[in-house]
Design a protein around this ligand. Sequence first.
Ligand code: ZN
Length: 318
Amino acid sequence: MASIESVTGPLDADDLGRTLIHEHLRARDESNALQFPHLYDDDSLRAAAVEAAEAAVAAGVKTIGEPTAMLLGRDVRFIESVATEAGLQAIVCTGIYTYDHLPLFWQSRSPDAMAEAFIHDIEQGIQGTDIKAAFLKCAADEPGITANVEKIHRACARASLRTGRPIMAHSRPASNTGPRQVEILLEEGVAPERIQIAHTGDTDDLGYIEGLLDKGVFIGLDRYGIEMYLPTGRRNATTLALLERGYAEQMFIAADSCATLDWFPDETVEILVREGAVKDWTITLVPDQVLPALREGGMTSEQEKTMMEENPKRWLVA
Ligand SMILES: [Zn+2]
């Protein structure tokens, strides 16, 4: 059986088990954390990550996809340490998470040079460790497909073609980024079944979603709990409609939770929670609330197994 790289070494693909494909154990600005470490309490950040990882295990999750890339604070030693303590399997990525900004280092270099850096993480190991990337990550958001964003997509595609690793592309349905992201990756020659368009579930426009699915790619219905983009009830209705239409083999369900996230001061987070912009946005939202609601709505156990156990394997193994 094929193997899949994780922070604790290669896993037998059949041993992935119940998988949340998109959850972060810590997300932050890495340059800020390096330059102003006094603004971060390492012990409490680690404790929150361990608490989340342990809660996931207690909820029956065996593996997470931890898609924290460059510019979102990727630190594979941190993930390895947390996952090991919690007894959770974690697979990690290489790539760059940006909506446009790129360090000058990469602005002046080609997509092929960038692809070589990603391939190093896949073949040699990440950040001086022997932990290897199981997948590639790129992003497009409100600014759309800028030149920098396109460069990163092409670099991911070329690294994917060389290594067989799949690509997770953060998208923004409200800015209609998904179709062009798919187009670029297909143009580069990536097979559709190696592509996952994350955050597609931020819309319930079935026409938009089916436009992507009909290209043969995977989609992420992966931001459960972020009510400000789409409330859970409407996310569930969309998921059930897509299951009804026969797309179980192309869908992932997750929350894109962050055990900690440094984007907002505490008082802003309190307001967001109080005003309902996010609700129960944790790593256990899917196993504890979403899956039971979907079962209630008619999701079969076979569809559930397809999305939570089989799709991760099929996406990850070339
Ligand atoms: Zn994410």
